[in-house]
Design a protein around this ligand. Structure first.
Ligand SMILES: NC(=O)c1ccc[n+]([C@@H]2O[C@H](COP(=O)([O-])OP(=O)(O)OC[C@H]3O[C@@H](n4cnc5c(N)ncnc54)[C@H](OP(=O)(O)O)[C@@H]3O)[C@@H](O)[C@H]2O)c1
Length: 340
């Protein structure tokens, strides 16, 4: 099959196209013919060798994807070949509380991922995608979508009328925007780009703040909410943004710690007294499990939640897709389509 491998992990140039044997299903596994994949921020870090330890150079990257089951290993009776399916990238975390054991089976990191014509996954991890949900709607759900769902629904217990603050217009934020709107929440979003803020408004954002033009965007957030602040923050910025996120919160808000996009070198320590004084909850998460992904797929189908794809590249143009993501001009997701 055609596949991409992460190579020496010295940057984008490490990505290499290879021909390699199709994977064979081990007992308990299914082989999925890949229809499409999506890139995530961590795919850039993996290629740069900065996402934990260096990985074997033959590792196939890609944590988000959709495909069709084509073969089953010994002992597997479902899902049937022909089933269109996705899979949480922690493919052994099926339900229940997080355990660090999840990291040992992480698609695109500690197991081969989606940037190949075929992928082997535990059959029990697969989630069937109903006909009503398109490839473009489903392909970004396993990583960015599931993280946003875990943050908003499982951890922050979102409810109609909540004010949700999203940082930047990357994949997690845009999926979170759609999920928050689905729950009847009000959405505030920040961006370095007025054009992206305009697009976010068209997607349903109620409050749009340019964090470059307004370095004190927490104050802008408080002004825009009449002093009330955010009930939930999907914190994708990390130490660089956390102090502002805390300032932008309403009493009893939930801040879900997810990413580290910003430059943390000049970051001050978080404003501890505000965490205590406002009774805030700060909680870190790592993606989510299969049961949460099932819930998300059901919600997407029931609400026809629109896809969050900014641009789609062909499989042959995967290197260009990585470069496009790294340039940061995207809003939402960068998708890669496999040859039929
Ligand atoms: N914990 C988890 O399970 C989990 C899961 C998924 C992702 N993550 C992490 O979450 C973060 C977001 O991932 P992603 O895939 O959504 O990334 P992405 O699509 O690459 O997002 C990039 C966007 O982030 C925004 N950004 C960058 N610096 C910012 C800053 N200082 N303040 C506000 N926004 C800023 C920019 O938006 P504008 O162009 O609009 O300014 C940029 O375009 C990454 O750190 C990723 O590793 C964690």
């Amino acid at each position: 099959m055609m596949a991409f491998e992460i190579g020496d992990q010295i940057g984008l140039a490490s990505l290499r196209a290879v021909d390699r044997p199709d994977p064979a299903p081990a007992p308990g596994e299914a082989i999925v013919r890949v229809r499409a994949a999506c890139l995530n921020h961590r795919d850039l870090k993996v290629l740069a060798g900065t996402y934990g330890p260096r990985r074997p150079p033959t590792r196939v990257p890609g944590s988000d994807g959709i495909g069709e089951v084509v073969a089953l290993g010994a002992g597997v009776t479902a899902p049937q070949p022909g089933t269109r399916a996705i899979c949480a990238h922690f493919c052994n975390w099926l339900d229940g509380a997080f355990s660090p054991a999840a990291f040992a089976h992480d698609l695109g990191i500690t197991r081969d991922g989606w940037l190949a014509q075929h992928i082997a996954v535990p059959a029990a991890a697969l989630v069937t995608v109903p006909d009503a949900v398109s490839d473009a709607q489903a392909v970004a759900l396993p990583a960015a979508g599931l993280t946003a769902w875990n943050a908003l629904v499982e951890v922050a217990r979102i409810k109609a009328g909540d004010v949700v603050l999203l940082l930047g217009t990357g994949g997690v934020s845009i999926l979170a925007l759609k999920i928050a709107r689905m729950h009847g929440a009000r959405v505030a979003i920040t961006s370095s780009s007025d054009a992206k803020l305009e697009q976010a408004r068209n997607m349903g954002a109620d409050i749009a703040i340019n964090y470059r033009a307004e370095p004190d965007w927490a104050a802008a957030m408080l002004r825009a909410t009449g002093g009330a602040g955010a009930d939930i923050v999907v914190e994708t910025g990390g130490l660089a943004t956390l102090t502002h996120s805390i300032s932008a919160c309403a009493p009893n808000a939930r801040i879900v710690l997810i990413g580290a996009l910003g430059d943390a070198s000049a970051a001050a320590l978080p404003n501890f007294s505000s965490i205590v004084g406002k009774n805030l909850t700060l909680r870190g998460i790592t993606a989510g499990n299969r049961r949460m992904l099932q819930d998300l797929v059901r919600a997407v189908a029931a609400n026809d939640m629109p896809a969050s794809i900014h641009r789609c590249f062909s499989f042959a143009d995967t290197a260009a897709a990585y470069a496009f993501l790294q340039a940061g001009n995207h809003l939402g997701k960068v998708m890669i389509e496999m040859p039929a």
